[in-house]
Design a protein around this ligand. Structure first.
Ligand SMILES: N[C@@H](CCC[C@H](N)C(=O)O)C(=O)O
Length: 289
């Protein structure tokens, strides 16, 4: 028997998500189902999917239930699992507010990258405490076609390679993932950011996301870019005791990132619920058959 399954559509700087509320974790969402839902022609369409589950109801989040009532079970558009999604967690918080589960102010959200603190401001922007960046040692390089660039390896819970380029167009059409070297640098794949300067503490980026392709924004990517740019500029808040704030333009908008002297990184930007509706479980079963 077919049932109606609720979904919403939301975005943060045009990094867009299918949102599936499922508080008791009753839905089966294998990778193929996620990919079908995120398909832009035959499905609902999104860079990724936010499965909204109570932490106590999800085996990966039970240990965080005392700290955070809700778990962001994030999936990339191809159905793969990622540790963290910075825009996703801001849109996730906006959904919780929209659904009446929380009001503006602070809330904790469980993710595979740990518990994140999110602040829903009165002016509408959503800020997330992203934790600290790790900067693994060792040179990495990314390439697209004939062009190659040295890149900074930054881990924001998920892996990134940040390359400073002369022109964002040099990254090409980004239909295929950029190559990277050495081959073993990212055993689980990598998100690749291309960065140009726009002004003092102001950069612009494009991104090719692991599991989603080129997207119009990536929150963890923007944080990786802010940290890589700060180090390139000779700024290390932990050493100087002074926070470093960068404005990061992405194709879908602007994010503001601050790295504090304790290493904690905060990211602020818009998070929007666009629509809500229902799909028929029979459609999904048909796609998966
Ligand atoms: N768009 C996200 C990142 C999503 C996960 C990424 N594709 C990965 O596989 O690590 C963001 O806003 O951070």
């Amino acid at each position: 028997m077919s049932t109606r399954i609720a979904f919403l559509k939301g975005h943060g700087t045009e990094n867009d998500f299918v949102i599936v509320p499922d508080p008791e974790n009753a839905l089966d969402l294998p990778p193929a189902a996620v990919a079908a839902l995120c398909d832009r022609r035959a499905g609902l369409g999104g860079d990724g999917l936010l499965h909204v589950v109570r932490s106590a109801a999800h085996p990966e989040a039970r240990g965080m239930a005392a700290e955070a009532e809700w778990f962001m079970d994030y999936r990339n558009g191809d159905g793969s699992v990622a540790e963290m999604c910075g825009n996703g967690v801001r849109v996730f918080a906006r959904y919780l507010q929209h659904a009446g589960h929380v009001t503006e102010g602070d809330l904790a959200v469980a993710t595979r990258g740990g518990v994140k603190t999110v602040h829903i401001a009165k002016n509408g922007d959503v800020t997330v405490g992203m934790g600290r960046a790790l900067l693994p040692a060792g040179d990495v390089e990314v390439s697209v076609g004939e062009r190659e660039w040295p890149a900074r390896n930054v881990n924001m819970g998920n892996p990134h390679a940040v390359a400073f380029v002369a022109d964002l167009d040099h990254a090409g059409d980004l239909y295929a993932p950029p190559s990277h070297a050495p081959a073993g640098a990212y055993p689980d794949g990598v998100n690749v950011e291309f960065v140009v300067d726009r002004g003092p503490r102001h950069v612009a980026m494009r991104v090719h996301e692991r599991g989603s392709g080129e997207t119009r924004s990536c929150g963890t990517g923007a944080c990786a870019v802010a940290v890589a740019t700060a180090r390139r500029d000779g700024l290390d808040p932990a050493a100087t005791g002074t926070p470093a704030t960068y404005t990061v333009d992405v194709p879908g908008g602007t994010l503001v990132i601050t790295e504090r002297p304790d290493g904690e990184i905060e990211m602020t930007g818009p998070a929007v619920i666009v629509a809500e509706g229902e799909f028929d479980s029979a459609w999904l079963e048909g796609v998966l058959a």
